[in-house]
Design a protein. Structure first.
Length: 255
């Protein structure tokens, strides 16, 4: 199974990129974030024509998550029962023997802000929910935009980002607590090139100068980590005209 995650930063704008990428990469399952579309406006017809079943949970202008699968989707669920939230940030479904969750973790805006407190509370509730999901679904993957660079090697300039949102110690500690549930950062299962990032600011030639962060992750339960054969970041999609500021991340799991 080839499993991917991509923050498309507006599916309406990036739909041609997505369809092109589905045809070339041919992932089996895709977790999308920041679709920024209400469910009635989700491009089901176009995506289904590409061979994918869809499930979505969206809202106007902000947030929005979706799942695409060439292998079917069952037991679809939206949101976290431990954190009632009008923002559409979570969707889960079962694909074969794998439970797949598409997650869009809050950005946090700035240290000490209300949005930062919301992010930490959201992550605490996510940890509680995932502990239950892992009990029910031993083969589980949660993939998406976590808005956390877990380590200094995931940051182009650790000194400049030290203590800032996306890199602060409370956020990194929350990420480590997710891993302590028995999840594995798929990217770190393999030797990877230095300065590997998945997000680059649109401003100041961020991508061209590779001033990025690795904040898009695919976390795998132990049984899936044992099946993981590759993990990569697809930088090529960031080179497109009017690209998302995120690149897709992809893993291959042995069937």
């Amino acid at each position: 199974m080839k499993l991917a995650a991509w923050n498309v930063n507006s599916l309406k704008i990036r739909l041609p990129h997505l369809l092109e990428w589905l045809a070339t990469e041919q992932p089996d399952v895709v977790c999308l974030q920041e679709t920024k579309l209400e469910d009635h406006g989700f491009p089901r017809q176009e995506i289904e024509a590409a061979g994918y079943e869809t499930a979505c949970s969206g809202q106007k202008t902000y947030n929005g998550v979706a799942l695409l699968s060439r292998r079917g989707l069952s037991d679809v669920a939206c949101s976290n029962p431990h954190y009632p939230d009008p923002q559409k940030r979570l969707i889960a479904a079962t694909v074969g023997d794998v439970r797949v969750i598409s997650a869009y973790v809050p950005n946090g805006q700035a240290i000490g802000s209300e949005k930062y407190a919301y992010k930490l509370g959201w992550l605490e509730a996510l940890e509680k929910w995932l502990s239950e999901e892992l009990t029910q679904y031993p083969q589980l993957a949660i993939a998406g935009d976590f808005n956390i660079a877990p380590e200094n090697r995931d940051v182009h300039d650790p000194a400049a980002w030290a203590g800032q949102v996306l890199c602060s110690e409370p956020e990194r500690d929350a990420f480590r607590r997710l891993l302590s549930l028995g999840l594995h950062d798929s990217f770190r299962l393999f030797e990877q090139p230095e300065n590997s990032f998945s997000w680059w600011d649109y401003r100041m030639l961020g991508f061209q100068k590779n001033r990025g962060l690795r904040i898009d992750h695919i976390l795998l339960s132990a049984p899936l980590a044992a099946r993981c054969r590759t993990s990569k970041i697809v930088r090529e999609m960031r080179k497109r005209e009017r690209p998302s500021d995120h690149a897709p991340v992809v893993v291959e799991l042995a069937d």
